[in-house]
Design a protein. Structure first.
Length: 316
């Protein structure tokens, strides 16, 4: 696909979300040191920071930022410090971001209205350190400037005679798309599929979201149409209610493997789990007493480290 065609089909979105951490640099005079003790010089060690309020009061703003990033990545892919989003999805996305921004601003005003109270509560929770906290408290006008949410959107064109740098970035968009989908597939496998022989209907949602993302950006590499069509056909054959197990579960694992190149998913896809036949009920006089359920030891979770860094060959 030509560079001009790609640039005409994407809009660049930049999220500008500023968060205030509620922290200040810890100073030597903030510490209660025993007589004769001393701190190392700055070139050797730094003191870190101190909190001026309960971090839970600021947690909602980080959540808004993550929501905005998820919303943009649901349609687009990272590009030039922002996100490349298909033009045809821009209106829907901007509506979603406007709603998140509105909620951010409402939460900001509520937070600022309760700012002084939150600081005093934090001081009360940390007796003996009142002066350390009070000396670090920022003026509310400063805090207001530190919390902001905005979105910029624009299109780009290369400067005549200096197209090479932009061309390299544009040519890498398809690889970036594959990388992001692969990472999402791995995350979905770890959270919903690993170690299971069946899943619920919710497990299909992230797979459909990945397909929607690829479909919206398919002009980056038209050959991806075949991948999307094949997986959608697989999903259409799954049961619409109840658990997904047996051959249906294996088919779903096959889809995950194609998206993420996950060896375990391929193994299940090629060797579907056998569904057990329901046991026949015995007459009351022949039925044996059921044993009490025994506790099963839970094996500690070990994070999965991806072994495949290249784009899955199955995509081509």
């Amino acid at each position: 696909m030509s560079q001009d065609h790609i640039l005409k089909n994407i809009s660049i979105i930049v999220l500008s979300v500023s968060l205030w951490t509620g922290r200040k640099k810890l100073r030597p005079e903030d510490l209660k040191l025993a007589d004769g003790s001393e701190l190392p010089p700055d070139k050797l060690a730094t003191l870190g920071s101190k909190r001026v309020m309960d971090p839970s009061a600021l947690a909602p703003f980080a959540t808004f930022k993550r929501r905005a990033e998820r919303a943009v990545l649901g349609f687009g892919t990272r590009f030039l410090g922002g996100y490349a989003v298909p033009m045809e999805r821009l209106k829907i996305l901007m509506g979603d971001l406007a709603e998140i921004g509105r909620e951010f601003d409402e939460a900001k005003e509520t937070f600022l209205a309760e700012y002084d109270t939150a600081v005093e509560e934090w001081i009360a929770e940390n007796p003996g350190w009142e002066s350390v906290i009070r000396n670090a408290v920022e003026d509310i006008s400063y805090v207001r400037t530190q919390l902001s949410f905005s979105v910029q959107t624009f299109t780009i064109n290369p400067v005549e005679g200096h197209e090479n740098g932009l061309a390299a970035e544009v040519n890498g968009l398809a690889d970036q798309l594959r990388h992001e989908v692969r990472q999402q597939a791995l995350a979905t496998w770890d959270s919903s599929f690993r170690g299971k022989l069946e899943v619920g209907q919710k497990a299909v949602r992230p797979i459909r979201a990945m397909l929607d993302k690829i479909e919206g950006l398919v002009f980056l590499e038209p050959g991806l149409n075949e991948l999307v069509t094949g997986i959608r056909l697989t999903l259409s054959g799954l049961p619409k209610t109840g658990p997904i197990k047996g051959k249906d579960f294996a088919a779903l694992c096959g889809a995950i493997h194609l998206l993420g190149n996950i060896p375990e998913a391929r193994e299940i896809a090629e060797n579907p789990p056998v569904e057990e036949e329901p046991a026949e009920e015995l007459p009351a006089e022949e039925a044996e007493p059921m044993e009490e359920a025994r506790e099963i030891e839970v094996v500690p979770f070990t994070p999965y480290v991806p072994q495949f860094e290249e784009a899955p060959s199955e995509w081509f």
